[in-house]
Design a protein around this ligand. Structure first.
Ligand SMILES: Cc1cc2nc3c(=O)[nH]c(=O)nc-3n(C[C@H](O)[C@H](O)[C@H](O)COP(=O)(O)OP(=O)(O)OC[C@H]3O[C@@H](n4cnc5c(N)ncnc54)[C@H](O)[C@@H]3O)c2cc1C
Length: 293
């Protein structure tokens, strides 16, 4: 039998300035030689059909079928446990994913470590005008430098005050309340593969904040050698990866394509929906153009 974690020799990936994702454990932990944890998915799926072991190629076909058809419970047979360290403002986004088991370091039990996130100069984004929730483009260097300086000096002062109050006897549970959101926290995070893929689809996507994307990409990198067939299928089919989901209006627009294979607008008065179709039709038109050259 093989230890599945041997497929990932380096199980800790550093993220941002002080953070990391470390793969602690996974289930299944053992597999037959030549297999990966994908085998736990196909075993479970085959119980449904009362069938036994097949070849790797048939396993691949079955996994691809499961992902295309949203038959997701076999994916829950694989689990991952991570040790993650991230700034609190990222932990707040992360914790919204309710399907994981979490155990976080306690700022009541022990003193908060003097570690906080200061974005690298090249990661100080300007406010996007198109997307109210996002940043776009980098800031002029002087303004970015001034922001970085403030990030450091504000946190340094806050931690100095924190330490003063602790030394004066204030309880840890209260002394911490003026620490910044950039302060690092850490937790153990255990999740099954189905729910992890949901998390990764949302948090590796370009709409997610850069700082959480770094952690999601690290997790994806760690699990890929463990479930390679599942990740391949997920990348091929998921609408936030390489796949695409079409609405009825979009299918109708596709059907009305002209002789040059360009597509009409969709029949909707919603600006955002029409813009989303523009993105999809561009991808399809580029695909067709690429095919004919
Ligand atoms: C780019 C981006 C921007 C966001 N912006 C905001 C924002 O501005 N404000 C904000 O508040 N949030 C925001 N979120 C968080 C978002 O609304 C979700 O809370 C988060 O992505 C978790 O998604 P989820 O509930 O599908 O995941 P999970 O909690 O992991 O749940 C997975 C799935 O399980 C099911 N499920 C789990 N728990 C329940 C339940 N109690 N009841 C019913 N079904 C359940 C649902 O089908 C769910 O999709 C944002 C997320 C992203 C990715």
């Amino acid at each position: 039998m093989l230890d599945i974690l041997d497929a990932v020799p380096d199980r800790l990936i550093s993220c941002l300035d002080h953070g990391h994702v470390r793969l602690v454990d996974c289930m299944p932990r053992l597999c037959e030689s030549g297999q990966t944890a994908d085998s736990a998915i196909v075993q479970a799926a085959r119980v449904s059909y009362g069938e036994g072991t097949k070849t790797i190629n048939e396993d691949r076909g079955l996994i691809r079928y499961l992902l295309r058809h949203g038959h997701t419970t076999p994916l829950e047979m694989v689990e991952f446990k991570f040790h993650c360290k991230m700034p609190i403002f990222i932990a707040r986004q992360w914790i919204r994913h309710r399907t994981a088991s979490v155990n976080e370091v306690s700022g009541r039990y022990s003193e908060v470590k003097d570690e906080y996130y200061v974005p690298a100069l090249e990661n100080i984004r300007a406010q996007s005008t198109a997307n109210k929730q996002g940043g776009a483009g980098i800031m002029p260097e002087d303004k970015a430098t001034s922001f970085r300086y403030d990030c450091s000096s504000f946190a340094t002062d806050a931690f100095a005050e924190y330490k003063n109050h602790i030394d004066a006897g204030v309880s840890r549970e209260l002394a911490r309340i003026n620490l910044p959101l950039s302060t690092y926290t850490e937790w153990y995070w255990k999740i099954d593969l189905h729910n992890l893929l949901h998390f990764l689809a949302l948090r590796c996507d370009s709409h997610a904040q850069y700082e959480i994307r770094v952690f999601a990409e690290a997790m994806l990198q760690l699990i890929t050698p463990i479930v390679p067939l599942t990740i391949e299928a997920w990348n091929d089919y998921h609408p936030l990866r390489g796949g695409m989901k079409l609405s009825r209006l979009e299918v109708e627009a596709l059907a009305k394509r002209n002789w040059a294979c360009t597509f009409t607008d969709i029949d909707s008065d919603n600006k955002r929906e029409r813009e989303e179709w523009q993105q999809k039709r561009l991808r399809i038109e580029e695909g067709i153009a690429g095919d004919t050259h």
